[in-house]
Ligand binder design. Structure first.
Ligand code: NDP
Length: 489
C-alpha cells in the first residue's frame, strides 16, 4: 500500500514550506502510520494561488469534459477500493466491512453522480416584459475552500469536491489532521486520471492554523465546512473579511422516535444502526431514543440485547462490527459524558466504559452505551459523537414533538410507526433538515443533505449542492423593445 503523506499543490505532492509534520496514528493501538506534512499559512497561499491560476481554464472547459474526469475518478476509486478501504480503516478505526461496504462505495457513487450532473445543470430564460430577452447563466464561483472532518473523510471529500468541480470551481481542501490519508489517496488518483494541475489541492494541517487561514483567505470565494457548531461559528466570522459565501454542515442531536404501533424487530435493528454504526461518530446519528411508554420495556430489552452482542475489535478483522473511536482525545471526551450523565441523575443501562480486553487496551475503544436521561440533561442536548444514546419516554404525539424539537439542532431525525397518517404528520412537524420513516441514516447523492438551526445552512448533494456552487448571472438583451427616452429632449 502506498501512503501519500505530503501536501498536494498544483498537481504535485510537496513538503510544507517549513517541513513540519503531524503524526497520524492508528486508533486501534495508537501506533504510528506515518507523519503527514503540516500546511501552514505559506502553504495555504501557494495552494490558493495554484487554484486561482487553474480556475479560468477549468471553468471554460466543456461541462461534459469536466464530468468525464469525475467519472474516471469514480472508476479509479472503485478499482482501488480494497486499498482505500484498508487505508481508511487504519486511519479512522472504521471496521473494514463499513469502509469497504459503504464509505468507499458511496465515495465513488457520489463522484459518479456529480460527473453525470456536470452537463445537466442549466441556466434559464425568464419571461420578462415584451421586447427583452432575459437569460440566467449558472457560473462557477471561483476558488472554493473546503474543510472536512475526521468522521467520514473519503465520503465527505466526494460530497464537497464532486459538485464544486462539476460546476467549474477549483478546490483547496483541508482534511482533518487526524485522518488525511484517504483524501490524499483520492488526489493521487485524480492526478492519474488527468485532472489539470491546480484544480484540486489538498492541505492536511491543523484547523486553528490552516483551516482558520483558509476561511479568512481573500483569494477564496466560498468556504464549505463540516464539523462542530462552535468551529462553524468561527468559520463564519473568518469569512467576513471578503464576504465569501459560506456553507455549513454542523452537528446534530437526532431524535429517533419509536411509536407503540412500530414493528419492533425492524425498529430495534434500525435504531442500533442509527447510533452504533461508525461508533456513533456521525452528525446524523440517532443519538436520542424517544420511546412510547407502552413499548419502552419491550423495545429496550431487545435493543440492549442487540447492543451487547455487537462485536468490537480490530477494524481490519472481517467480522468486527464496531471499531475504536478516531482518537484518544475524542474517546476521553465521549467517556466524560458518562460522568456528566450520572451527575444529572442519568441511569447507565449499558456500557459507559472502555472494553476490558487486553487486545483492545491500547486503542480508543468505547462500549455501546445506553443512558436513561431527561430532555433537559446535557447528554440529551449536546452532541456526544460516540456510541452513546440517551433514552427517554413519551405518552402522546404532542409530547413527542416537544421532545423531538427540544434541542437547538435540526439535522436528521427518524420515526418508526405502521400508521401512515401519523408517519407523515410527525415527519412534517419535525424541525429537521432530513427525516427517515421506518429507516435511519439513508443518504443518496441525489437527495439534499443538511440542516437548520445550529445544524448549519446550505445543502450538500443533488441539484441543491450544484446550485450552491454556482452564481446566477442575469443577462438582459434589448431584442426589439421601444424604450422611451428617460430624459426626453
Ligand atoms: P471541529 O469542528 O473542530 O473540526 C472539524 C474540522 O474543522 C477539522 O478539519 C478541523 O481541523 C477544522 N477546524 C478546527 N478549527 C478550525 C478553525 N478555527 N477554522 C477552520 N477549521 C477548523 O471538530 P472536532 O474535531 O474538535 O470535534 C469536536 C466535536 O465536533 C465532535 O465531538 C462532534 O460533536 C463535532 N463534530 C461534528 C462533525 C459533523 O459531521 N457535523 C464532524 C466532526 C466533529 P483539525 O481537526 O485538523 O484541527
Amino acid at each position: 500500500m502506498t501512503i501519500q503523506n505530503n501536501l498536494f499543490i498544483d498537481g504535485e505532492f510537496v513538503d510544507s514550506e517549513d517541513r513540519s509534520r503531524i503524526p497520524v496514528l492508528n486508533p486501534h493501538d495508537n501506533s504510528l502510520i506515518t507523519e503527514v506534512a503540516e500546511a501552514k499559512k505559506a502553504d495555504v497561499d501557494r495552494a490558493v494561488e495554484a487554484a486561482r491560476r487553474a480556475f479560468p481554464a477549468w471553468a471554460k472547459l466543456a461541462a461534459a469534459d469536466r464530468g468525464l474526469l469525475l467519472l474516471k475518478l469514480a472508476d479509479a476509486i472503485e478499482a482501488n477500493a480494497d486499498e482505500l478501504a484498508k487505508l481508511e480503516s487504519i486511519d479512522t478505526g472504521h471496521p473494514l466491512r463499513d469502509t469497504r461496504g459503504l464509505d468507499v462505495v458511496r465515495t465513488a457513487v457520489t463522484f459518479r453522480y456529480f460527473g453525470g450532473m456536470a452537463d445537466k445543470v442549466q441556466g434559464s430564460v425568464v419571461p420578462v416584459e415584451q421586447g427583452f430577452l432575459n437569460y440566467v447563466l449558472r457560473e462557477p464561483i471561483g476558488v472554493v475552500g473546503q474543510i472536512v472532518p475526521w468522521n467520514f473523510p473519503p465520503m465527505f471529500t466526494s460530497w464537497k469536491m464532486g459538485p464544486a468541480l462539476a460546476a467549474g470551481n477549483t478546490v483547496v481542501m483541508k482534511p482533518a489532521e487526524l485522518t488525511p490519508l484517504s483524501t490524499l489517496k483520492i488526489a493521487e488518483l485524480a492526478r492519474k486520471v488527468g485532472f489539470p494541475k491546480g484544480v484540486i489541492n489538498i492541505l492536511p494541517g491543523y484547523g486553528n492554523i490552516a483551516g482558520q487561514y483558509l476561511a479568512e483567505h481573500p483569494g477564496v470565494d466560498k468556504i464549505a465546512f463540516t464539523g462542530s457548531t462552535a468551529t462553524g461559528r468561527k468559520v463564519v466570522q473568518a469569512s467576513a473579511g471578503n464576504l465569501k459565501r459560506v456553507q455549513l454542515e454542523l452537528g446534530g442531536k437526532g431524535a429517533n422516535i419509536v411509536f407503540d404501533d412500530a414493528f419492533l424487530p425492524a425498529a430495534i435493528n434500525g435504531s442500533a444502526f442509527a447510533i452504533f454504526h461508525n461508533q456513533g461518530q456521525a452528525c446524523i446519528a440517532g443519538s436520542r431514543l424517544i420511546l412510547h411508554e407502552k413499548i419502552a420495556d419491550a423495545f429496550l430489552e431487545g435493543f440492549l440485547k442487540l447492543a451487547r452482542s455487537i462485536r468490537l475489535g480490530n477494524p481490519l478483522d472481517a467480522d468486527t462490527e464496531m471499531g475504536p473511536l478516531t482518537s484518544q482525545l475524542h474517546r476521553d471526551r465521549v467517556l466524560s459524558y458518562v460522568k456528566v450523565a450520572k451527575e444529572q441523575g442519568g441511569e447507565i443501562l449499558l456500557g459507559g466504559k472502555s472494553p476490558e480486553r487486553d487486545d483492545l487496551a491500547r486503542g480508543c475503544y468505547v462500549e455501546p452505551t445506553v443512558v436513561r436521561a431527561k430532555l433537559a440533561d446535557r447528554v440529551s442536548q449536546e452532541e456526544v459523537f460516540g456510541p452513546f444514546v440517551s433514552v427517554t419516554t413519551f405518552r402522546d404525539d404532542e409530547e413527542v414533538l416537544a421532545i423531538a424539537n427540544g434541542t437547538d439542532y435540526g439535522l436528521g431525525g427518524g420515526l418508526w410507526t405502521t400508521n401512515l397518517q401519523r408517519a407523515h404528520r410527525i415527519a412534517g412537524a419535525m424541525r429537521s433538515g432530513m427525516v427517515w420513516i421506518n429507516c435511519y441514516k439513508r443518504v443518496n447523492p441525489g437527495s439534499p443533505f443538511g440542516g437548520i438551526g445550529k445544524s448549519g445552512y446550505g445543502r450538500e448533494m443533488g441539484f441543491e449542492a450544484m446550485h450552491d456552487y454556482t452564481e446566477a448571472k442575469s443577462v438582459w438583451v434589448n431584442v426589439d423593445a421601444k424604450i422611451p427616452p428617460w430624459y426626453p429632449r
